[in-house]
Ligand binder design. Sequence first.
Ligand code: GCB
Length: 571
Amino acid sequence: MHATGILYPRPSESRETLSLDGIWKFAIANRSEQNKGFEEKWYQAALQHCAVKVIDMPVPSSYNDITQDSDIRDHIGWAWYHRDFFVPRTWKSQRVNIRFGSVNYFAIVWINGVEVTSHSGGYLPFDVEVTDHLKFGHPNFITVAVNNTLTPWTIPQDFFNYAGIHRPVILSATPKTYIDDITINTTSVSDSEGTVSYSVELGGSKIAAYSVIAEVYDSRDRLVAQSKGLTGEIRVTNPNLWWPRGMNESVGYLYTLKGDVYRLPFGIRFIQWNSTGVYLNGKSVYFKGFGRHEDASLRGRGLDLVTLTKDYNLMRWIEANSFRTSHYPYSEELMDLADQQGFLVIDEVPAVGLDNFDDDLLEAHKQALKELIQRDKNRPAVVMWSIGNEPQSQKQVSAHYFERVSNYTRSLDLARPVTMVLAQSYASDLAAQFLDVICINRYFGWYSDTGHSELITYQMVKEVTAWHDKHLKPVLVTEYGAGALAGLHTDPPVVWTEDYQVVLMEQNFKAFDQLREMGFLIGEMIWNFADFATPQEYFRPTGCMKGVFTRDRQSKFAAHFLRRRYAQLFC
Ligand code: GCB
């Protein structure tokens, strides 16, 4: 049976995992010989034995910044990965699956020379059963061809085109009949009882003969409720609700749903929204946070647990409560910590700067949304779906396009509001009418009226008010900011200095305070958490410098200034 679930592989009494992360062999296909690897069948043997220059490459990581070679850094086209691995003999009676956390952008996977799967779209996981292709108790090899070419029909990106195997590669063994997917939703909450609905999808053989006992454990591993069957409702008495940081003393409380035998963390919480606000467990939410990137020196967009953990420490230090996964879904390892530490997440699909709006793009967009929601539907931290960033939403054709994308998102999940991040003017935009929450990016005093900080407060108040008045929906400012080179100062402040970055923030803060009083601004997210790599551009000195932290996570003056504000803002 075909698997639809994409549950993260978690070892248990009945499941085992084997990581294929490590140093792989790597080669790029020259610009003039893009098809050479296919013609010469590089997937049929070790890459080292093929007529191509082979180097070592860590997985997970982007390949771009690992060497001294600008052809590799700027490579567009096919790149090849290869490694040997061993599968335990004891796995022979099991169902074995291989799962990639993300490969950017298009991937073809061969095991022992046989193609087993392909996937289009970076940033989201894919998996496939490989039991029949493996040699148990013997050496095996895997080849992955990766292509990072973007076209008007891919779901594109507007920043550095990092590529490679970005997230973990995991082999996992489950019983032949196994839990393929779990969906959990909070259906009602009162002081004395929380009700969650659950449904379990089975995969594999002899499904009919199989039944599931779903057990719920609290954070101290005590059994607090249970139910029998593939679907049902579970009632938890005196529930500990999942709260984000700053709204309750209890933060990020997670229960675990255990079914034979897979353990899924979840939270009990509910979201509501209306024309002026978003509410969590009945309390109005104010987002104080960041636009971010998965970006670190050398690793590029590859999963890096050191940077990831440090980033959470910095976000807690600065007293943020939220972030947007600009401009693509972040790793599951990162999302787990948002659930645990109580950060609110606006979960964004990798649709940046869309402008052609034809049916092929629509299909790719819907597919990415489907995979995103499939992956993150059970996460309490995810409180909104963002269906894109800065599309050309003034184009007439975009209206029907976004109507369909918004409705499609709602057909997959009605429990969370749908938003999109808009950059067109409120007068010309045609997409906001289909959203529940309006997010806008505005660079007053930077991209417009550069250096004129005195105009910022007036312009921001006017702008946010106009969006709200036109649509009667809550508004969130998802990007504002200024580039600052760490250590550069002038007084009076001019652009690119740390001083100007702070002045620009101060003027925006005045606007946000006025707008909060008016009652429909639901949050502020500065662009950006940290400096990050971009393509070479004359207005970006080695990258985007709008971080309040540098790329190696040292604070600029802006970080201290922002911390003072976030610490005072009650949500
Ligand atoms: C934006 C984009 C973001 C850019 C930012 C900038 O509006 O959403 O991807 O990095 O502007 O700094 O130019």
